[in-house]
Design a protein around this ligand. Structure first.
Ligand code: ZN
Length: 141
């Protein structure tokens, strides 16, 4: 049977990864991390959308009294910078799931930034500052 062909044009390439939750002087615990991966085409369209929306907002901000002195230059310069950043972001962290190494409570941590080898988190149960340690960003497909 030929059911092994990859899904064509998958818009949301969400994958699960192994990570580790750490707290000083405690045994690290395993964490399951979900991240959205984007290929070059998906990254380019996301960056283009960011840039376009930013400049559209800059044009709209021209009509705001006083605020336009700040908003227009900020959006005009900031949009390409944010677009550039998104163009170079192959994976975005969504959430991490695992037991807190300090209190043992199982938690789901909502993330949202680019893939980082070290992310600071706070356990909602005990309030301690934890670190989520991940391997190097996986190669983009
Ligand atoms: Zn905790």
């Amino acid at each position: 049977m030929t059911h092994s062909s990859p899904a064509p044009n998958a818009t949301a390439d969400v994958r699960t990864h192994e990570g580790v939750l750490t707290y000083p002087d405690r045994t690290p615990s395993a964490a399951r991390v979900t991240a959205q991966h984007r290929d070059a085409k998906a990254r380019a369209s996301r960056a283009a959308l960011t840039w376009a929306v930013g400049w559209a907002l800059a044009v709209a901000a021209v009509f705001l009294p006083v605020l336009h002195f700040i908003l227009v230059p900020l959006l005009f310069v900031g949009s390409p910078m944010l677009a550039w950043q998104r163009l170079r972001e192959p994976a975005t962290l969504i959430q991490a799931e695992g037991a807190c190494p300090a209190c043992g409570d199982r938690r789901t941590f909502q993330l949202g930034g680019a893939w980082r080898e070290r992310t600071s988190l706070r356990c909602e149960a005990c309030g301690r500052a934890l670190a989520l340690v991940l391997p190097e960003a996986p190669a983009s497909s």
